[in-house]
Design a protein around this ligand. Structure first.
Ligand code: ZN
Length: 242
């Protein structure tokens, strides 16, 4: 199948400027896709038959990561599995401009709380942390108003704490100032000794601290504007690759 004349410059710009950021392709996914693009469309064909070991050698990866990256690209509609046999995979490589997920507007950043997201970055994200605590200080449980509240790093920045929702809480200015760089658990036990918390509240707060660190307290975020995925961006399908 011969392609019409390709504009390689345009393809590369679509790849770098649209496909990579919109689909948040990892370094290995980028390497696999560009390698397959090179050996398909740039050789005048849409389809390519290859083995995982050929792919792994080409992108300088071991077979496991190469297979995983290929599976993710298939699941996201970047590639299409035409046939799988002992002879290898027959794959259709879609051009960046043909991938609908890359053409549609970028999803709103608030759609999914991502562990790596910086929740100090914007007001809506900061507000989401405050909303999660429902108007009470995470530590002493006192009612707080927007005038006397702030965001606290549970593990301080000085101790390499992150700005993820797993490490930020809404608290009163007093707790923020008194906690300083102390361990959050020690600070809560101090509040108990000072009778700011009951024994039951202390236990509940320590549990909340564990839940926070393990990602069980995601902040409430607005739903994405357009939840329906495009027709061939299949996120749930899995591919068994040999
Ligand atoms: Zn407090």
């Amino acid at each position: 199948m011969k392609n019409k004349k390709l504009n390689a410059e345009q393809i590369w710009k679509h790849f770098e400027d649209l496909l990579v950021p919109r689909l948040r392709l990892s370094v290995t996914e980028r390497a696999v896709y560009s390698h397959l693009l090179r050996h398909s469309h740039l050789e005048g064909r849409r389809r390519l038959r290859f083995s995982i070991s050929w792919l792994a050698r080409g992108v300088r990866l071991s077979t496991g990561p190469a297979r995983d990256a290929l599976r993710r690209l298939l699941a996201r509609g970047v590639l299409r599995l035409v046939q799988r046999s002992r002879a290898g995979h027959l794959i259709e490589v879609r051009l960046p401009e043909e991938i609908r997920a890359a053409r549609r507007p970028a999803p709103p950043p608030l759609a999914v709380p991502h562990e790596a997201a910086d929740f100090l970055e914007s007001k809506p994200l900061r507000q989401a942390i405050h909303a999660r605590e429902r108007g009470r200080c995470f530590y002493c449980l006192r009612r707080i108003t927007p005038l006397v509240r702030c965001l606290d790093h549970v593990v301080p920045l000085a101790r390499r704490g992150r700005t993820s929702y797993k490490n930020l809480v809404s608290c009163c200015l007093e707790c923020n100032s008194q906690k300083g760089e102390r361990h959050a658990g020690d600070f809560l036990r101090g509040l108990y000794r000072e009778r700011c918390l009951t024994a039951v509240e202390l236990t509940a707060r320590l549990r909340a601290l564990d839940a926070l660190a393990s990602g069980k307290l995601p902040p409430p975020l607005p739903a994405p504007a357009k939840p329906a995925p495009p027709a061939h961006t299949i996120h749930t399908e899995s591919y068994r690759l040999v």
